[in-house]
Design a protein around this ligand. Structure first.
Ligand code: SF4
Length: 331
C-alpha cells in the first residue's frame, strides 16, 4: 500500500496519508515533519533506513508493563517529528531533519540484529514513528516471520489509514495522551486532541495491546480538573484495565524554567485514577513503587525496580492465587 494519493482537483499535489495533517505537497515540497517529500511521482520517506539511534532496551522503558515483562526490545528511531512539544526530551533527534546517511540499516538487517540479541520485540520509538511508518511496517512484517513483535511508541496522531493498516502489523503501542485541552494541543504541541482520542479507541478495537502515558508538566496539564478529564476518558473509552503511566517532567529543551513535577502532583494524579477505579496506574521517572497488583485478591504479581523486573508471578496471564485474568500479553 502507498501512503500517499493524488489530491482531488489539484493535479500538481500529492497528499501524504501518514499522519492526520494530510500534508498536500507540490513537487519538491516536504511536509511538516521535515522527512516526507514529494519527489514528482510519489512521496518518499526520506528517513527510510537511516537511524538516529539503535539500542537494546528493557520493554519496561517504553514504557510497557503489561507486554512481555522483563523481555528486551530492539529500539530504534530516525530524525523528525510532526509535533513541536517545547519540553521534548529527545529534541536533538525529533526537531531536526539532518539525516545521518552513513547509518543505514535495511529491515532485514534490523530483524537479524533482534534475532541475534534475542529481543522479543522491536520498538519504533525515540522520535515519532508515524512519520516513518513505511519503514516500520517493512521491519514489522519481516520480524513476524521469526515471531518478533512490534511496538509503536507514539503521540497518537496517525492518519485513519495508518491506524487501520497497523492492525495485524503492530502488536503493542504506548500512546501519549499529553493533555485533555484542545487549545494546548493546538498551540503548544501539535495535532489535536480529537484525533488522538479517536486513535486510542481504534487501536484498542483493532486488538493492539495499548498502554497510555501522560507526562505531568507543572502549570500546563496538572490541574485536578484536567487530570480528572483524562482519567474519565480512559475509563469510559478504553476501560479500567488499560495501564496508565503517569510520568514526571524534568526541565528540558525550551522548558528550562518549569520545575520538576512534585511528588504531590504525581500522587494527586494517582489518587484521581484510583478514585475512578483504574486498576493499573504506574508512576515513571520517579522513585515510586510500580508493582502490578491483582485487582481481585490484592496479591503482588510483578515487582519492579526502575526498569527492571525483580519478580513476576503472573502465570499464563492469570493471578496464581485467585485466577483473575490480568490484562496484557504475558507469553
Ligand atoms: S507524515 Fe504527517 S507531517 Fe509528515 S508529510 Fe506526512 S502528513 Fe505531513
Amino acid at each position: 500500500m502507498n501512503f500517499y494519493k493524488q489530491q482531488e482537483n489539484k493535479k500538481d499535489r500529492l497528499v501524504c496519508l501518514l499522519c492526520d495533517y494530510y500534508c498536500k505537497l507540490k513537487d519538491g515540497q516536504i511536509g511538516i515533519c521535515g522527512v516526507n517529500q514529494n519527489i514528482g511521482d510519489k512521496i518518499e520517506c526520506l528517513v527510510y533506513g537511516y537511524l538516529s539511534a539503535l539500542n537494546i532496551d528493557p520493554i519496561e522503558k517504553k514504557p510497557l508493563y503489561h507486554f512481555l515483562p522483563s523481555s528486551t526490545s530492539l529500539s530504534l528511531g530516525t530524525v523528525g517529528c510532526n509535533f513541536r512539544c517545547s519540553f521534548c526530551q529527545n529534541w536533538q533527534i525529533s526537531q531536526t531533519n539532518k539525516i545521518n546517511k552513513s547509518n543505514y540499516f535495511s529491515p532485514t538487517q534490523i530483524v537479524d540484529i533482534a534475532r541475534q540479541k534475542k529481543c522479543k520485540s522491536i520498538s519504533y520509538t525515540y522520535n515519532e514513528p508515524t512519520i516513518f511508518y513505511p519503514f516500520a511496517k517493512d521491519i514489522a512484517l519481516s520480524a513476524k516471520e521469526f515471531n518478533i513483535k512490534s511496538v509503536f511508541v507514539s503521540n497518537g496522531f496517525e492518519s485513519k489509514e495508518v491506524i487501520e493498516d497497523m492492525k495485524g502489523v503492530i502488536d503493542a503501542a504506548n500512546i501519549d495522551l499529553k493533555s485533555f485541552n484542545e487549545s494546548y494541543y493546538k498551540k503548544s504541541l501539535g495535532g489535536n486532541l480529537k484525533t488522538i482520542c479517536r486513535n486510542l479507541v481504534k487501536l484498542k478495537e483493532n486488538d493492539i495491546h495499548l498502554e497510555v502515558t501522560t507526562l505531568i508538566v507543572p502549570t500546563k496539564n496538572d490541574s485536578p480538573k484536567e487530570l480528572e478529564n483524562i482519567v474519565k476518558f480512559l475509563k469510559e473509552n478504553l476501560g479500567v484495565d488499560t495501564p496508565w503511566h503517569i510520568s514526571a517532567f524534568h526541565p528540558d529543551y525550551k522548558e528550562q524554567q518549569i520545575e520538576r513535577t512534585s511528588n504531590e502532583s504525581l500522587n494527586l494524579a494517582l489518587k484521581i485514577a484510583k478514585s475512578y477505579g483504574l486498576n493499573y496506574v504506574y508512576i515513571g521517572n520517579s522513585n515510586f513503587e510500580n508493582d502490578t497488583i491483582c485487582k481481585c485478591c490484592g496479591r503482588v504479581l510483578v515487582r519492579r525496580k526502575y526498569f527492571g523486573v525483580i519478580e513476576n508471578k503472573i502465570c499464563d496471564g492469570n493471578c496464581p492465587k485467585c485466577g483473575t485474568k490480568i490484562s496484557g500479553v504475558f507469553k
